[in-house]
Design a protein around this ligand. Structure first.
Ligand SMILES: *Cc1c(COP(=O)(O)O)cnc(C)c1O
Length: 408
């Protein structure tokens, strides 16, 4: 265990974990769907609504100024988190889904035409598939899919072959939500850039587990969800390089995104406001800022090492149970243990585990194509966060033993 890391101490920061579910202590292993919120985030949202609530960027009155300052301070924290060059490269969204849709509808509509190609992988979340299919349908463009191997790793030579002068964008996940695979994104970006092709990374499952440096990666767009990073639901980030975002048209019109409006001509606002039409989720942004503070106060290196140890511990434990098969066996994984059991449907696994107070996700995890790749309808997925412990894994193993008992 890395020095200074105390999972029990961290658990104490998360009030939701201090409860019984179905008469058993809650074992929360569904962090890939959404993570729990530390008291500091909850307190910050309460503080905001209790003392400060006002609209941003609009009033000269004190509350509005304070709200604006906190809203923009949170943006600066997110810039720091991703090591972006400038605050205005950070656009608030409602989550990864909205972030990707903005890129598809703005950058995509502007730059992708008939016969052009967009590359994704076989292990994308639906939100990094469907917006591109919609764009392809509209424009007559083509979606190309990089296949994966039996371990759940990207076939890099296939990817390299797929890149061509027709490729206009690569949009690929940083960490797979269904398998846990960490993709070799540095190489993906390098190969695309060698052909002048921009790259968007879906960081929804990466940012909660590893430090991300968008400048070091040199990715063109990076997106993630605040609610998977211990922040409030309805928050997310679209990072883009300023020169790309500057050239892109807005996708929603309204207040806040304009400099001036007449019936003859409207002048759009500068970044990032051009993409933030209407009253934003101010409390959400402020809460997300508190989540960033929380994560940084613990430090990625510290909790990533803890999670890696848990992941290995969990994989070893599951492998030893007869009839259990782990789906996604890449040596480079983060946070996720997906598995199936012989002759037992994942839904039944989930139901029995729930009766034991254990929360896992069962289903296709919004990634049906990856299920098709492994010729399974669904998996059970235990997904980790910094507050999980070996005791949680032990409880999962006992729960699976219980599943086997019920079905024998
Ligand atoms: C959760 C997730 C999404 C979608 O995020 P939302 O918060 O639902 O918008 C996209 N991609 C991956 C890899 C995810 O895990």
């Amino acid at each position: 265990m890395p020095s200074g890391f105390d999972a029990e101490k961290i658990r104490a920061d998360f009030p939701v974990l201090q409860q019984l579910v179905n008469g058993k202590p809650l074992v929360y292993l569904d962090n890939g769907a959404t993570s729990q919120k530390p008291q500091a985030v909850i307190d910050e949202i309460v503080r905001y609504y209790t003392t400060e609530n006002a609209n941003v960027h609009r009033g000269v009155h004190t509350l509005s100024q304070n709200a604006t300052e906190d809203y923009e301070n949170a943006r600066a924290k997110l810039r720091g988190l991703l090591n972006a060059a400038d605050d205005h490269e950070i656009i608030y969204t409602s989550g990864t889904t909205q972030s990707i849709n903005i890129v598809a509808q703005s950058y995509g509509r502007q730059n992708i035409g008939e016969g052009d190609e967009i590359i994704v992988s076989n292990m994308e979340h639906h939100s990094n598939i469907v917006p591109w299919q919609m764009l392809c349908e509209e424009k007559g463009a083509v979606l190309r899919v990089v296949p994966i191997d039996d371990a759940g790793e990207l076939l890099m030579d296939e990817y390299e072959r797929m890149l061509s002068p027709r490729t206009k964008l690569v949009s690929i996940t940083h960490v797979s939500n269904a398998l846990g695979t960490i993709l070799p994104v540095e190489q993906v970006i390098e190969l695309a850039h060698a052909q002048g092709v921009p790259v968007m990374l879906d960081g929804a499952q990466a940012v909660p587990h590893m430090a991300v440096d968008v400048r070091k990666l040199d990715c063109d767009f990076y997106v993630f969800s605040g609610h998977k990073l211990f922040g409030p639901t309805g928050t997310g980030v679209l990072y883009g390089k300023a020169e790309l975002l500057d050239a892109m048209p807005p996708v929603q019109g309204g207040g806040e995104m304009i400099k001036s409006v007449t019936f003859e001509k409207t002048i759009y606002n500068d970044l990032p406001y051009k993409f933030e039409a209407g009253t934003p989720n101010i409390a959400g942004a402020v809460g997300l800022g508190a989540a960033v503070d929380y994560v940084q106060s613990i430090g990625y290196e510290t909790f990533a090492a803890h999670e890696e140890e848990l992941l290995e511990y969990g994989a070893r434990a599951l492998e030893q149970i007869g009839g259990v098969r782990i789906i996604g066996t890449s040596p480079r994984k983060a946070g996720i243990l997906s598995f199936v059991m012989e002759d037992i449907h994942p839904h039944d696994i989930g139901t029995i585990l729930d009766a034991e107070g254990i929360a896992v996700r069962t289903g296709h995890h919004c990634a049906q194509p990856v299920m098709q790749r492994f010729q399974i309808p669904a998996t059970a997925r235990a997904s980790l966060a910094m507050y999980n412990t070996k005791e949680d894994i032990d409880a999962l193993v006992r729960g699976i033993d219980r599943v086997i008992e019920v079905f024998s």
